[in-house]
Design a protein around this ligand. Sequence first.
Ligand code: KG4
Ligand code: ZN
Length: 340
Amino acid sequence: MSDNVYILAIESSCDDTSAAVICNEQILSNIVANQDIHAQYGGVVPELASRAHQQNIVPVVAAALKKANISKEQLHAIAFTQGPGLMGSLLVGASFAKSMALGLNIPLLAINHMQAHILAHFIDDANDKKPTFPFICLTISGGHTQIIKISDYFTMEVLGETIDDAVGEAYDKTAKILGLPYPGGPLIDKYAQLGKPVFKFTKPKVKEHHFSFSGLKTGILYFIQKQTKLNSNFVKEHLHDICASVQNTIAEILMDKLKKAVASTDIKQVAIAGGVSANSEIRNRLLQAQKHFGWTCYIPKFEYTTDNAAMIAITAYQKYKLGNYSSQAVTANSRLKVDA
Ligand code: KG4
Ligand code: ZN
């Protein structure tokens, strides 16, 4: 009998329905169905997200199994995102996974979405090298901004986090101020690369390893309002420079805190994770830090940055090896913490 372990993983925490099949640490398929419906509302509408998950989940799981070229009878376990996330969205994935595990009479694995963003680095093709413990991870997404110390797969300590908005929210809210569609992060990144950081924004003063982004958002709003009063075409005429300036400020805030975390822990292995880790400026600065400060940096492949089921699958594989299965009584937890 082969030692290969096949796991189907489902991710439905926010507005992407995703299913992946993993064989040990190798991803065989990773299907993501985005929900375009939210763009017209300028943000995710929870009620619409859960309805779309309900429609997408069966075809997305079928596509993941087909692409992996395996039958459901070959699966050893079913994994799902337990939280954090939107309750209605999480419940769709949780109910589906529980029913499927029950029907196939195989183990069920409840996975922490924030741990999964970090553990995505252990997917076989995520990086040219895998992190070794301990390492530090800057997790930056639409809902989170955290610096975590990872001592083992499931031993994680929050060194610092945002006291208000997440960095992805800062990107998305800035995009809204500039009249760009949701999600704004990728667009600001794209325009920033065409401009110069000529405008200055005040950086927050937050103690220790914590972050704050709500003041920056207000600063950007006031700046745009003031300039638009003087020139109604200001945003149109200076869009690239505005984006470059915002991006530069955000990257500086993140790098300042990362440097502090490295200095205080003396851990020079640094990873980034989460949707905002797709950002070009943050990636570049990390590569520079690797060169100048002797850090070893782990930058994930794009497909493993924004929400995806592959990261749930690799986390599930580690849990499976520990025999850490969930019972059918497990429930979705919209506020699950990374160090739970
Ligand atoms: O991890 P993720 O897919 O979902 C959450 O768990 O929140 O992150 C989504 C966030 C959004 O705020 C989106 O604007 C941002 O990631 N994002 C980016 C980039 N790509 C996605 N922000 C800046 N630059 C990017 N290239
Ligand atoms: Zn996420």
